[in-house]
Design a binder for this molecule. Structure first.
Ligand code: ATP
Ligand code: MG
Length: 418
């Protein structure tokens, strides 16, 4: 029988690498909870409708989605992103606004797997509903920035654009279509036929032909209405005021269609450019209403965990934190002490481990050393008879001493505390 392996485009994470994931999530929770965001947990799959409404004409929804019919005949999809689910949850539960939520979890896209591009990948993100203020755009962009800084990343670039709104996007769109009509022969095969349906996708196309056409295309930031212009000035001025460097990226449109006004992306400059987007987001002031809810502005970002960890590798930051136990119980007197002492230590809040299967003293000491524990508690037949436990440091001078069995837990807690 052939060996079973994880599916193509997925991966396993084992300790100690998984400790970096824990550390990353803890840093993210600290940064966003410190700004008033609360964790939201939504299902990993939804009615297909939920995603079709956010991006019916995008690659993510048209080509990459894991959708299928379940055993009850319902059309469902594994989520390719989380925003749509959070919007669905907002509409369903109507929390008081402004509602600030954060999430962490996996997404599924049927892409060509390569370094930094997987079929199941993980994101952390935030969403805010019910505030149109440009200063919220500043808060959201700054929180992402602060998170990367807190991980130790220094080579991240924040790129910002505005996609306008219902007033200035339609005339810009018409202008863009007009420009693309004249250049349609230079577009890639896919967009030559499809650009009228969704001309902004051409600006997001990674093929060199479309890139060349996009370079000279009219820019939305040069065709904003007064309200969008003022919003963009306040948002980017806020970044300047907070000392956060940013660059104007006039062709940044993002992979989904729901964005309005401010859109942004973080690039990991230490990464290979094909997969260097470490996160992105923007405003989606029309999305809640488009999905059947009350007219409610919204904004958020999603950051890619795998790519962030790759950037951390490239910049030599976020080492796996040490998670060793403090104490290892070595019992070669039958096992009762190992059973009971380990439980008592853990109940007292001491990180403790032990061996099983009655292994030899020598084998147990080997495991104790490997465990990274600072102390071994040793119980041999003589100790068991005398009602004592040997305390033996596992680093430096290993001189051990005897302590009465009923005092050893308190003694260990005292030693570790100092
Ligand atoms: P890209 O342009 O690199 O395909 P995207 O615009 O499709 O990214 P988003 O939908 O904005 O990505 O998701 C936010 C972040 O999630 C990205 O910036 C990236 O870090 C990460 N991400 C997206 N797709 C993948 C994937 N297939 N594997 C790993 N990470 C991903
Ligand atoms: Mg993509």
């Amino acid at each position: 029988m052939s060996e079973l392996r994880h599916p193509i485009g997925t991966f396993d994470v084992l300790a100690p690498d998984s400790r970096r994931w824990e550390a990353l999530l803890a840093v993210f929770a600290r940064v966003v909870e410190g700004a008033g965001y609360g964790l939201v947990i939504t299902p990993t799959f939804e009615d297909l409708q939920v995603f079709q409404r956010v991006g019916a004409s995008t690659d993510i929804v048209r080509k990459e989605m894991y959708d299928f019919e379940d055993k009850g005949g319902r059309r469902v999809a594994l989520r390719p992103e989380v925003t749509a689910s959070v919007v669905r949850a907002f509409i369903q539960h109507r929390p008081t606004t402004p509602w600030k939520a954060w999430y962490a979890g996996s997404n599924f896209r049927y892409e060509s797997p390569q370094a930094g591009r997987y079929r199941e990948f993980h994101q952390v993100g935030i969403e805010v509903f019910g505030a149109a203020d440009a200063d919220l755009d500043v808060e959201v962009m700054a929180l992402g920035w602060e998170f990367y800084r807190a991980l130790g990343l220094r080579r991240v670039e924040l790129m910002v654009n505005s996609l306008g709104d219902a007033t200035c996007r339609p005339p810009y769109r018409a202008l863009l279509i007009e420009y693309l009509e004249a250049r349609s022969g230079d577009l890639c095969d896919e967009h030559r036929d499809r650009f009228r349906e969704n001309p902004l996708r051409v600006l997001d196309c990674k093929r060199p032909t479309c890139k060349a056409v996009a370079a000279d295309a009219p820019k939305q930031v040069e065709h904003l209405c007064d309200a969008c212009g003022a919003h963009f000035a306040r948002a980017t001025g806020g970044l300047d005021a907070l000392g956060i460097p940013w660059t104007l990226a006039t062709n940044l449109v993002r992979g989904l269609d729901y964005y309005t006004r401010t859109t942004f992306e973080y690039a990991g400059l230490a990464l290979d450019s094909a997969q260097n987007a470490v996160g992105g987001g923007g405003r989606y002031d029309a999305l809640v209403e488009e999905m059947g809810g009350p007219s409610t502005p919204g904004i958020g970002f999603a950051l890619g965990v795998e790519r962030i960890l790759m950037a951390c590798d490239a910049e030599g930051t976020l080492a796996a934190p040490d998670a060793a136990v403090d104490v290892f119980v070595v019992d070669f007197a039958g096992g009762d002490a190992a059973r009971d002492l380990t439980a008592q230590l853990r109940a007292a809040g001491v990180r403790a481990d032990r061996s099983f299967d009655g292994r030899s003293a020598k084998a147990q000491f080997k495991v104790a050393d490997r465990s990274g524990a600072r102390l071994a508690l040793v119980v041999g037949p003589d100790d068991a008879a005398a009602g004592t436990v040997m305390i033996r440091p596992l680093t430096g001078d290993r001189t051990q001493w005897a302590t009465p069995r009923d005092q050893v837990v308190a003694e260990v807690a005292r030693l570790l505390g100092s």
